[in-house]
Design a protein around this ligand. Structure first.
Ligand code: 6GU
Length: 282
């Protein structure tokens, strides 16, 4: 397969739906291979416990590092580490994606961004937002491993430990709202990533024209189909004019106006070089 995807969760059945739909077809075509694993398979106690109470107190439960590490060592092909000679206090975890960082000069850093290095991804509501740029970057990787946290989260030493082992570790939130676990977030990220794999979708052009992609950081213009008049509502006449230049201009202006109205943050973030001379002041 072009891409191997491992998903670890205490609800691995949740991902059975991935065998249906477009991802199922892509698996049948051999483009991707998805395996979902039950985290409890890496427990040794009779209760198969994966969580414990938070150190320092507080509500809820936190996922234990030992179980995750046995699982992730295996999926990453790392030798299990039994003996730790030195004890050090954990630093503040760094959630920032350092791929664009000027400090990425060391060989290990360059290597861990190579497409054949596995990427370990933890959904986390307290992490940077997952964007189309992340989806595009991850769609080129050969091996993605998703670790779904449940309950109140996972021990912060888990991602920190794997970063220290030179694993490319990412933590992402999918939006400013709270979900009970990472499973839905992983499904969202997977759909965004896999549809960008070459050959996954029938129509590559429809990807290029979408919102958030390439230098088109605007929301998409409104779409219409036939009939040209429906329940007394006519489609904008320029669209039936047959003048492709005018149609393009109309759609671009509409996208700019629509974006400034409902997503002014995207206009703020817009690279000025992505604007053309005729873009009118929104
Ligand atoms: Cl990635 N996980 C959870 N549990 N909640 C979220 C989220 C992720 N992104 C937004 N809310």
């Amino acid at each position: 397969a072009l891409m191997d995807i491992d998903i670890v969760s205490v609800f691995p059945e949740y991902f059975e739906v991935l065998n249906l739909s477009l991802l199922g077809k892509a698996q049948a075509k051999g483009l991707v291979h998805v395996s979902s694993h039950n985290l409890r398979d890496w427990t040794h106690d009779v209760h198969h416990s994966v969580d414990d109470t938070p150190v320092g107190g507080g509500a809820g439960m936190v996922m234990k590092p030992e179980v995750w590490a046995e699982c992730l060592d295996e999926l990453l092909g790392l030798a299990p580490q039994e003996i730790v000679e030195t004890v050090h206090e954990t630093a503040i975890p760094d959630n920032t994606d350092d791929i664009d960082d000027a400090s990425v000069t060391e060989d290990a850093d360059v290597a861990k961004h190579a497409d054949d290095w596995p990427v370990l991804i933890f959904p986390n509501p307290s992490a940077p937002l997952f964007t189309q740029a992340d989806a595009t970057e991850l769609s080129r990787k050969q091996h993605l491993i998703f670790g779904c946290g449940r309950y109140e989260g996972y021990d912060a030493r888990i991602p920190e430990y794997y970063r220290a082992q030179d694993v490319d570790v990412r933590e992402y939130s999918i939006g400013d709202y709270v979900l009970n676990g990472g499973e839905v977030a992983v499904s969202v990220m997977l759909e965004a990533i896999t549809r960008l794999i070459p050959g996954f979708m029938g129509n590559a052009e429809s990807i290029v024209e979408e919102s958030y992609t390439g230098d088109n950081a605007l929301l998409e213009h409104y779409q219409y189909t036939k009939p040209a008049v429906w329940r007394g509502m006519a489609v904008p006449s320029v669209l039936t004019s047959g003048d492709h230049g005018k149609v393009d201009r109309f759609r671009r202006d509409e996208a700019l106006a629509k974006t400034s109205r409902i997503r002014p943050d995207l206009i703020e973030a817009l690279d000025c070089t992505a604007l053309d001379k005729k873009d009118r002041k929104a």
